[in-house]
Design a protein around this ligand. Structure first.
Ligand code: C2E
Ligand code: CA
Ligand code: CA
Ligand code: CA
Length: 281
């Protein structure tokens, strides 16, 4: 386990829970993180497997702490949820991601979608829908270029209270995706009723692909998810693609899009602009 050094710069990359003392320190600092411009966004490209082009990016938040260095979201999103700070942080993420999407367009770069993660607490917030619509209006992002990622468990839990709201967003042209699909506890019959456009197949399925021989069952499972999603007219994105073998299997199964270290790690907005520029040529 990592230690909380006096003067050292710590970089937290794991998702393991923090010791109570560290949690308390970070919780207090998190209140000031937003005000002091310590949060930044990185963007991970999403690739169309048919054309090999970047069709979207997922916005991922990081916290550049003045003493402790870069802190990964696995370390502080939970704290932000507990304190309710996820609501202003989430709104900052949404607004910044939409502004950036618009800025790429204004620089003459090809249109891409930007996917933004929504947490449970944000979905429970009474004003979520109107705030999302306000951010879209303020920033001038194409609504069809905004995608909201909601994990399967949260989506199923909240769908009865949120169905109308989510449908309002879809009617405005905004896309909704089910994140981490396959890790929730929903019955498959539920899938037909969720107001979504895109299914993100969880990394646990992708992980087991691309290894010769012993992967027959994993292969059958991933292929079934893709076929089922297509029957429901959902686009499928595979997450955490790390090897050429995984990519080859997914492409053969008809998976639409993929993201993962095999293609690109999450990148800064200038690096995304550079990739889009190369793609235009
Ligand atoms: P997620 O939504 O499942 O995001 C994908 C995570 O997988 C990201 O980690 C990404 O860097 C990582 N990843 C991408 N490609 C690969 C790969 O090939 N292999 C492996 N092993 N990992 C890969 P990250 O950025 O640390 O984010 C972790 C989680 O934190 C996200 O999981 C999401 O649940 C949450 N999160 C990140 N940003 C936000 C945000 O702005 N708002 C909210 N509510 N949650 C966020
Ligand atoms: Ca996500
Ligand atoms: Ca995910
Ligand atoms: Ca995840």
């Amino acid at each position: 386990a990592k230690r909380w050094g006096e003067n050292s710069v710590q970089v937290y990359t794991s998702d393991e829970p923090l010791p109570p003392s560290e949690r308390l320190v970070l919780k207090n600092h998190l209140r000031e993180a937003l005000a002091n411009n310590q949060l930044i966004l990185q963007y991970q490209p999403q690739i169309d497997l048919a054309t090999k082009r970047i069709v979207g990016v997922e916005a991922l938040v990081r916290w550049d702490h003045p003493q402790y260095g870069r802190i990964e979201p696995g370390r502080f999103i939970g704290l932000a949820e507990e304190t309710g700070l996820i609501v202003p942080i989430g709104e900052w993420v949404l607004r910044t991601a939409c502004q950036q999407n618009r800025a790429w367009r204004e620089a003459g770069l090809p249109a891409v979608k930007t996917a933004v993660n929504l947490s449970a607490r944000q979905l429970k917030h009474a004003e979520l829908i109107e705030r999302v619509l306000a951010v879209v209006a303020d920033t001038g992002i194409e609504p069809a270029c905004l995608e909201l990622e909601i994990t399967e468990g949260i989506l199923v839990d909240s769908v009865e209270t949120n169905r109308i709201g989510l449908q309002t967003l879809r009617d405005a042209g905004i896309k909704i995706s089910i994140d981490d699909f396959g890790t929730g506890y929903s019955s498959l019959s539920y899938l037909a009723e969720l107001p979504v456009d895109i299914l993100k197949m969880d990394r646990s399925f992708v992980m087991r692909l691309g290894q010769d021989g012993e992967s027959t069952r994993a292969h059958a499972l991933a292929e079934s998810i893709i076929h089922m999603a297509h029957r429901l007219q959902l686009i499928v994105i595979a997450e955490a693609v790390e090897t050429a073998g995984q990519l080859a299997d997914l492409a053969a199964m008809g998976c639409d899009f993929a993201q993962g270290y095999y293609f690109h790690r999450p990148l800064g907005h200038e690096q995304i602009a550079e990739l889009l520029r190369q793609q235009r040529e």
